[in-house]
Design a protein around this ligand. Structure first.
Ligand code: IFM
Length: 463
């Protein structure tokens, strides 16, 4: 394309959310408990003691939120289904009232001319399944497939695009190794077993969705990290290779290539013998995808050790890499950061898209999340002048646009997030929305970044 300010005519413009982060109403209409309800009740786990209520009370306010989406000219909306609304115990008896909520949501989206894109697992595992072993237990993958089939049968006549799991690395590693996400475990063996069963669950769910016979296109949303060596030394390059293996290839190779990467299995040999892998699992995990969702926020720089580095710029990464081999460290590059402390570097998005386009063999790619938290205020004129967020979006979308020029089959982009919401361990303190939410009154104000994005979505050109 010659006009670098324009996106392809059929480029899809969307925004994303997730059930636990926006719905609230955690006890409404027979919803069961999720691991995040339990985790949030443990003192000290969530900043400010925040919980999943009230969030954005989207469960009750979805019609006006969809009207807002229409004002923002969105062509698609990526939401997630709360497993414990559909199966309060994770399996067994369906809670029809829970399923009906998504039925109404989908119908209202379609009436507004907005494509519904559904994610089946965005981290709210039913507590009953955690009590039975959680993701480290193989049965959970099979229960997930049953849940996928149930939701597919109910909505598959209208929902054409499905993501099975969102960011399996976060579920496995933040939830089972670092313990900063639900269920809060800290065990390397559980982490790898959870990784395997999340990916197995993905493959089984993809097959279950397709078996329902709807016009199903299936993918998953993967948060591929861009891991760069801090310096050119052989040690830093090796550290980055190891980190990339555990953070990325451990997740993408089984899905895209049907095998675990040999170097990673070797790196992790002291932690696990991978005996959870059974015959046929890798075939299931690599069930062909229709598209791949890419979630990107910030690149990461890794050094082999903290020796000689400014301590203020170094943070430990040993836990994250499962203690495999010498302890790598994260090194900040001194770039501007968001309210999450994440460095802003849009070249990371370009790199990740090029790499995944190569690894995924030409299937369609979508950016299924990209965005930033900043400290927003509603000013006296009743608006939110979040130019930092607008600049972040513009820089990343220009990188995405360059990736299209470089031949990446990028078909659409979902901003994270539509609304300010519950940012996991950070509670309501971190705001990612295109739309500001006053949690006390539930008043919504479209931020300046939202107005800018609406214009881009309307015209397909940078405003
Ligand atoms: O809010 C999260 C989302 O749930 C998953 N991806 C990253 C976002 C920002 O941290």
């Amino acid at each position: 394309m010659n006009d670098s300010n324009a996106f392809p005519d059929d480029f899809l413009w969307g925004a994303a959310t997730a059930s636990f982060q926006i719905e609230g109403a955690t006890t409404a209409d027979g919803r069961g408990r999720s691991i995040w309800d339990t985790f949030a009740e443990i003192p000290g786990k969530i900043l400010g003691g925040d919980t999943g209520d009230p969030a954005d009370d989207h469960y009750h306010r979805y019609p006006s939120d969809i009207a807002l989406m229409r004002d923002l000219n969105l062509g698609a909306y990526r939401f997630s289904v709360a497993w414990p609304r559909v199966f309060p115990e994770g399996r067994g008896k369906v809670n029809q009232a829970g399923l009906d909520f998504y039925d109404r949501l989908v119908d209202t989206l379609l009436e507004a001319g907005i494509q519904p894109w559904a994610t089946l697992y965005h981290w709210d595992l039913p507590q009953a399944l955690e009590d039975a072993g959680g993701w480290p237990a193989r049965d959970t993958a099979h229960h997930f497939a049953e849940y996928a089939r149930t939701v597919g049968e109910a909505l598959g006549d209208r929902v054409t695009h499905w993501m099975t799991v969102n960011e399996p690395w976060c579920s496995a590693f933040l939830g089972h190794l670092e313990g900063v996400h639900a269920p809060g475990r800290r065990d390397a063996g559980d982490t790898l077993a959870a990784t395997h069963h999340l990916l197995l669950g993905h493959g089984l769910a993809a097959q279950a969705l397709r078996s329902t016979g709807g016009p199903t296109r299936v993918g998953l949303a993967h948060n591929q990290a861009v891991i760069r060596p801090h310096g050119p030394s052989a040690e830093d390059v090796r550290a980055a290779r190891r980190a990339d293996g555990v953070r990325n290839r451990l997740f993408t190779d089984p899905v895209l290539k049907g095998r675990y990467p040999a170097d990673v299995v070797r790196d992790l040999s002291e932690v696990s013998d991978f005996s959870f892998v059974r015959d046929g699992d890798l075939e299931t995990m690599s069930t062909p995808l229709d598209f791949l969702g890419v979630n990107f926020y910030s690149p990461e720089f890794v050094a082999a050790s903290a020796d000689g580095l400014d301590p203020a710029r170094v943070s430990g990464a040993g836990d994250v890499w499962l203690g495999a081999g010498p302890e790598e460290v994260h090194v900040s590059q001194g770039l501007p950061v968001t309210h999450m402390g994440w460095e802003v570097d849009p070249t990371g998005l370009y790199d990740v898209l090029l790499r995944l386009a190569g690894d995924s063999g030409g299937i369609d790619l979508y950016v299924t999340e990209n965005g930033c938290a900043f400290e927003d205020t509603v000013t006296a004129d009743g608006r939110v002048h979040d130019h930092d967020r607008r600049d972040y979006y513009e820089a990343h979308l220009r990188a995405a646009r360059e990736a299209v020029d470089a031949g990446v089959p990028l078909r659409g982009y979902f901003a994270w997030s539509l609304l300010d919401n519950f940012e996991w361990a950070w509670g309501y303190s971190r705001r990612f929305g295109l739309v500001h939410v006053d949690y006390a009154t539930q008043e919504r104000v479209v931020k300046d970044s939202g107005l800018w994005y609406a214009e881009l979505a309307r015209t397909g050109r940078f405003p």
